[in-house]
Write a protein of this length. Structure first.
Length: 168
């Protein structure tokens, strides 16, 4: 997977990892109403579109692996890849359903209703549009910031270790 491909699916992968992290089997099952409301929240936040790149990436990675060992089959593999995108598109519903269950396990039905109301409001709609842009800009900043701070940390390690008689 190249950096551009990862950049396209990174938000979805991050969300999926975040949502699936820390869920234990000991939690009581949320009510059907809570799950339905949670699904509404996920959908209004763009969950359907968010998970599409995950499915596409799985297909493209598999196709890419097959192309490496069978480059002469490129046209047929591309055709099958297109077919599989259509065939597997409904599997996105599995991701939506699981994400809804995870939200419902962490928020009360009332909280989910309030979230749905918020995300349908003008401010909520703006947040849905602007938040990914803010997160992209923050991620880009962190990529530039981390190496600078890393150099400072290395300098401090060296200085402190020198005080202890070690030259690093």
């Amino acid at each position: 997977m190249n950096a551009r491909s990862f950049a396209r699916i990174a938000p979805a992968v991050a969300l999926a990892c975040h949502l699936f992290a820390g869920v234990t089997l000991a939690q009581p099952a949320p009510s059907a109403a809570s799950v339905a409301t949670a699904r509404e929240v996920v959908e209004v936040k763009g969950g359907s579109a968010m998970f599409d790149p995950v499915i596409v990436n799985i297909i493209e990675q598999t196709k890419g692996a097959l192309l490496q060992t069978n480059p002469q089959l490129a046209k047929d593999l591309n055709d099958v890849g297109t077919q599989l995108r259509n065939e597997f598109a409904p599997r996105r519903d599995e991701l939506l359903a699981q994400t809804a269950k995870l939200y419902a396990a962490r928020f009360s039905e009332q909280e989910l209703k309030e979230m749905a109301t918020f995300y349908k409001s003008p401010l909520g709609k703006k947040m849905i549009v602007q938040e990914p842009l803010v997160l992209d800009e923050a991620f880009n900043y962190v990529q530039q910031w981390a190496p600078r701070v890393g150099e400072e940390v290395m300098s401090r390690f060296r200085a402190e270790m020198k005080k202890k008689g070690h030259n690093l």
